[in-house]
Design a protein around this ligand. Structure first.
Ligand SMILES: [Zn+2]
Length: 240
């Protein structure tokens, strides 16, 4: 069996244990009073209970992969100011990522937050920029494709005005027709419950997952197009 190397290896999907959960709240959720926030058993953070989570590859997992592809990989900022990377007016950063002798650009940004300690935002920006640049080499493309990278106040996905506006999601993926999507049948809903029970998920856990990830409050509102993905996710994440 030939083991993939270099840039080809960079395109290999990441394993579930290398994928982290990023809570992505709406503005209202992020700014809700502290007593409405809960300890989250999905990401371990402390936030509004209805915040959805996005899959992403963390800095360590990405660095590990880059090193496997090319021990001499490197990144540089596009611009310097007094010898340091120059962040733009929005606090974002353009970087040039070099892997196996090829360079591609990437852009990162991160929210300001009173909870972040000094330097945390900047580190997050760098991680975001590297993810964005690595995506241009095909790293974790499947995660970018899932399409739920941005939510607005209504919980709908929207293209954003930061790094992801130039993601493959908006460039290369053909738009799904926005026609009213059909929901699963009663039989499928029963099967979903059976799978979830078999996987050791409690009813509450299933409810929370459907609500957070798909904005669905009842199992019969699950869209047919999401059904197989949901079943597979539960089967892949057995609690027992
Ligand atoms: Zn969370």
């Amino acid at each position: 069996m030939d083991k993939k190397q270099g840039l080809e290896l960079l395109r290999e999907p990441f394993l579930p244990n290398q994928i982290s959960k990023l809570p992505k709240g709406t503005k209202a959720q992020n700014e809700c009073p502290a007593n409405e926030k809960v300890k989250c058993n999905i990401c371990g953070g402390f936030h509004h209970p209805k915040v959805i989570h996005l899959d992403y590859v963390g800095h360590a997992a990405l660095t590990d992969r880059l090193l496997d592809c090319d021990p001499l990989w490197n990144w540089e900022p596009f611009a310097l100011e007094e010898g340091l990377p120059k962040f733009d007016a929005q606090g974002g950063l353009w970087v040039k990522l070099t892997v196996c002798g090829h360079s591609r650009p990437g852009y990162g940004n991160a929210e300001k937050s009173q909870w972040k300690t000094v330097g945390d935002r900047e580190k997050e920006v760098i991680g975001d920029a590297l993810r964005n640049a690595a995506m241009r080499f095909g790293a974790a493309l499947d995660l970018w494709h899932k399409g739920d990278l941005h939510i607005d106040e209504d919980g709908k996905t929207t293209p954003a005005a930061t790094s992801e506006e130039i993601s493959p999601k908006t460039e290369a993926v053909p738009d799904k027709p926005e026609e009213k999507e059909s929901c699963i049948t009663e039989k499928q809903a029963k099967r979903l419950f059976a799978i979830s029970m078999g996987a050791g998920w409690s009813n509450n856990e299933l409810k929370a997952y459907l609500s957070q990830k798909y904005g669905v409050e009842k199992s019969n509102q699950v869209k047919t197009s999401d059904y197989e993905t949901i079943c597979k996710y539960i089967e892949d994440n057995k609690r027992i």
